[in-house]
Every structure is written in structure tokens, then in C-alpha cells.
Ligand binder design. Structure first.
Ligand code: FAD
Length: 430
């Protein structure tokens, strides 16, 4: 939530760049007060935390605020006490990774946890690691006037796997701040800031935002005392439909698993684990279609199967492409950038997935996510009324493009043929 609040402030300020073009003058006099922007972000963060804490109030008699550690599979040591339980759920989350190389310069290193506690914005920052969080924060800081260099050897661009969309995203992001595809290393730190290197080049910056992944909070938890084997990354492995660590009385949910580290998945997992931990027999639950959103502008989203995951299954799908460059509503909004790719199963026309770099892509992704959850086919989706002028028209263009590749003659123009012939349709009929 604090990262989204910072993005909101940054995007609001960024919009001033289009004001004179649309007839609003005076935008050159606007300025960012970094301290107030960060205070606003903290206020919102605290407000959201308070509302979660209010929810806990109802059952606070059952809450112990302390670190727990497994003594064995059925008991925990908590604050010097021992708590016995038939079933135990581990939902200890994760924390930002801090590789050893950066420890000597820790004073100049921020993480996505500590960034929002800064009282002022830095003038120059290097963002190391451009996964979703790093990408969002790089763009937000750049839009707030911070000089940003973003460095990552992989440049995942929100996990996009379509080469065409990756190129589009890369070009759009690179137009806003410096992108370097390489591994970064610290050189030295001083009162003036920190020097870093990558790709045989050197940058002097005030701060580094290290966003190079997260570490599961399992160290110190004593899971080995409970007979649980951890993977190389320190995460336990569960059956994703029951959330049980196989062969144990222990369940795990959320970011500690390092799998689907997003909030709605963590909530689902917690509910499944809680349901099963309270019953004799585990129930398997269907998981929702995958949905990943990076809230940079334009938004990047992957719904259902990515292009690469479907490619590995052979040429079973038809891809439809549409650009937002000439899309009416996107032009009106001054956001006509990006494209959508939609993947359909070739035989059935069933929606398999989509990748988007699109204005308001978060909402388009949810539209497609709803269709995926209903296991909709192309002909079902084309029945959805789409008002004019809206960005969803761009999705329809991609669907029609995919339809043309399916060569299914049941799909006439945008909608389905009726089964019955209309009365008097045949000329000359009695
Ligand atoms: C910068 C950033 C941006 C994000 N943006 C999004 C987004 O846009 N959308 C989205 O869906 N998700 C986003 N996420 C991910 C989302 O925040 C997480 O998926 C979610 O908070 C995970 O919840 P959790 O309960 O598993 O872990 P947490 O929220 O980390 O909770 C774990 C809790 O366990 C406690 N704990 C740890 N060890 C112990 C112990 N030994 N004993 C007792 N308690 C312990 C911790 O104190 C903590 O309170 C973002 C995350 C980050 C870092």
C-alpha cells in the first residue's frame, strides 16, 4: 500500500507535463515537496495498518505478540512459555534480501521496507533489482524528480514473456530513467553518498534502493525441530490445494512460501490453511487463475498463462495482438501507449491467458481474469457489451485479431450467429 501511495503522488505530478498541450497553463510552477509526499505516504500506510489492527481487536484475547519457535512438531516456545497444538500454521512472511556485499554500505542502502521511513527524497538513487517492486519505485522516484538509474542483469519487465511486449515496455520505461542490464556492485561509501559499478561503469548516488528479492522468515523458527525440510531458498513446500506441508501436522501460507507473493493469494492460502487445520480431513481447493500486476505506467499485467508458459506446450494457441497507440479512449486520455496480447486455445477458442502493457491495464487484466475464472471461450467473451469509448475496446481488437487466426466461421463480425433463421429471411419464402 505505501508503494501505491507513492506511485499515486508521482503520477499526479507527472501529469503536469501534459497540461499545456491540453490548454492548462502554469504547470511549470508546480514542485514536489518530498518530505510532505513521504509523510502523506506514511500517513496512509499507518491508516491501513490501523484498520487491520482494528480487525484484530475482536479476537485479541487469543493473540500473543511475540516471536514463536518450534520445540517439536506439536509445540511452540513463545516468550518463555510452551504452547501445544494439534495443528500449526506458519505464516511468517518474508523480508527484503540484503546480500553480504552490500552490508558494509548499509547506511546508504534502502529497501522497499525502509524507503517509506525516509524523511526526504534523495537527489540521486540507484535502484538495484527491477522486479515489480523495483520497477514501480524507480518510476515513482523518477517522476518525483529524483535522478534514477535502474540496474538489473535480467530486466524482467514485470515478468512479461512476449518479446514484442517486452520491447514496448522496455522502450517506454527507458524513456523515463536510465536502465542498465547488468549486475551492480558497491565500490565504497562516504558521507557524500555511495559509489556503485555495473557494466564497467560507475555512478555516485545518495542512496541505493536494494530490491533483489525477499527471504522467507524461517530462520530462527526451528522448523527443523518439527521435522520440516526447507528448500534451498529457506521456504517450506506445501500442497497448494490444501496448504499442508506433506507428512506433517503443519500448514504454511503466504509469502513465507516464496511462490505467489501477492496479497490475494496470501489471503486465499491463509483461509485454506485455516479451514483444513481446523478439520480432521483435508479438503482440496481450486486455486484462482494467476494474475500479476506491476503498477508502473502503463501498467504491466499477466493473466492466466503467460506466452512462454503456453509456448512450451506447443503451437496449441492463437495469439491476438492490439496496440493502444491508435486507440480512441487512450488518445483522449493522453495514454496511447502499449499493447495487449491475448492467447486462445486453438481448438476450443477458450481463453488461456494474456499479457498487457496498457493504460489502466490493472482493470483490463481483471476483466480478462473474470473471463478466465468462468473458463470463457472467445464467443462468450465477444458477447460482453463494450461501451464506446473505453479502453476495453482495445481488448476486443486483440480478441478479434485472435479470432481471425482461429479461422472459425461461427464467429461472424463481433458476435455469434443465432441458431434460428429470422422469419422471412429467405427472399421469396412463402
Ligand atoms: C514493496 C512491496 C510491494 C508490494 N505490492 C503488492 C501489490 O501491489 N499487490 C499485492 O497483492 N501484493 C503486494 N506485495 C506483497 C504483499 O504485501 C504480500 O504478499 C503480503 O503482505 C504477504 O502477507 P503474509 O501474511 O504472508 O506476510 P507478512 O505480511 O509479511 O506477515 C508476516 C507476519 O509474521 C510475523 N512473524 C515473522 N516471524 C515470526 C515468528 N517467528 N513468530 C511470530 N510471528 C512472526 C511478522 O512479524 C509479520 O507480522 C508487495 C510487497 C512489497 C514488499
Amino acid at each position: 500500500m505505501p508503494s501505491k501511495a507513492l506511485l499515486h503522488v508521482a503520477n499526479a505530478f507527472h501529469h503536469r507535463l501534459k497540461f499545456s498541450e491540453i490548454g492548462i497553463s502554469g504547470s511549470g510552477r508546480l514542485a514536489v515537496d518530498g518530505s510532505r509526499a513521504l509523510l502523506h505516504v506514511r500517513n496512509l500506510r499507518d491508516r491501513f495498518v490501523d484498520s487491520v489492527m482494528d480487525g484484530i481487536e475482536e479476537w485479541k484475547d487469543h493473540l500473543i505478540t511475540a516471536a514463536a519457535r518450534f520445540a517439536d512438531a506439536h509445540s511452540l516456545e513463545v516468550d518463555g512459555d510452551r504452547i501445544d497444538a494439534d495443528r500449526i500454521i506458519v505464516a511468517t512472511g518474508s523480508r527484503p534480501a540484503l546480500p553480504d556485499a552490500w552490508r558494509p554500505c548499509e547506511e546508504h542502502v534502502l529497501t522497499t521496507d525502509s524507503l517509506f521511513d525516509e524523511v526526504a527524497l534523495p537527489q540521486r538513487i540507484a535502484v538495484i533489482g527491477l522486479g515489480p517492486a523495483g520497477l514501480e519505485m524507480s518510476q515513482a522516484l523518477a517522476r518525483l524528480g529524483v535522478k534514477v538509474v535502474g540496474i538489473d542483469p535480467k530486466m524482467s519487465m514485470g515478468g512479461l514473456t512476449s518479446p514484442h511486449l517486452r520491447r514496448i515496455a522496455n522502450d517506454l520505461i527507458a524513456a523515463e530513467f536510465e536502465l542498465v542490464e547488468s549486475e551492480a556492485r558497491p565500490i565504497n561509501a562516504s558521507a557524500e553518498g555511495i559509489a556503485i559499478s555495473a557494466d564497467d561503469r560507475r555512478w555516485n548516488v545518495d542512496k541505493v534502493l536494494l530490491s533483489v528479492g525477499r527471504v522467507p522468515n524461517t530462520d530462527g523458527l526451528g522448523l527443523e525441530n518439527a521435522g520440516v525440510n526447507l528448500g534451498g531458498d529457506g521456504s517450506p513446500t506445501v500442497n497448494p490445494r490444501t496448504m499442508r506441508i506433506e507428512g506433517t501436522n503443519i500448514y504454511a501460507a503466504g509469502d513465507v512460501l516464496g511462490q505467489r507473493a501477492i496479497l490475494h493469494e496470501a489471503v486465499d492460502e491463509g483461509r485454506i490453511a485455516g479451514y483444513n487445520a481446523a478439520r480432521e480431513q483435508d479438503q482440496s481447493f481450486e486455486r484462482r487463475p494467476p494474475l500479476a500486476i506491476t503498477f508502473c505506467a502503463p501498467n504491466i499485467a499477466i493473466v492466466g498463462g503467460s506466452r512462454a508458459s503456453l509456448d512450451t506446450e506447443g503451437p496449441v494457441f492463437a495469439a491476438g495482438l492490439a496496440s493502444f497507440a491508435g486507440q480512441g479512449r487512450a488518445i483522449i486520455d493522453g495514454e496511447n501507449r502499449g499493447a495487449a496480447e491475448i492467447y486462445l486455445e486453438r481448438n476450443s477458442g477458450r481463453l488461456l491467458g494474456a499479457e498487457l502493457v496498457a493504460p489502466q491495464g490493472e482493470h483490463l487484466a481483471h476483466f480478462l481474469g473474470g473471463m478466465l475464472a468462468c473458463k470463457a471461450r472467445l464467443e462468450d467473451i465477444l458477447q460482453v457489451p463494450i461501451y464506446h469509448p473505453v479502453l476495453e475496446e482495445g481488448l476486443r481488437s486483440a480478441l478479434k485479431d485472435a479470432a481471425s487466426r482461429l479461422q472459425d466461421d461461427r464467429l461472424v463480425i463481433d458476435f455469434m450467429r443465432c441458431e434460428d433463421a429470422p422469419a422471412g429471411a429467405a427472399i421469396g419464402a412463402d
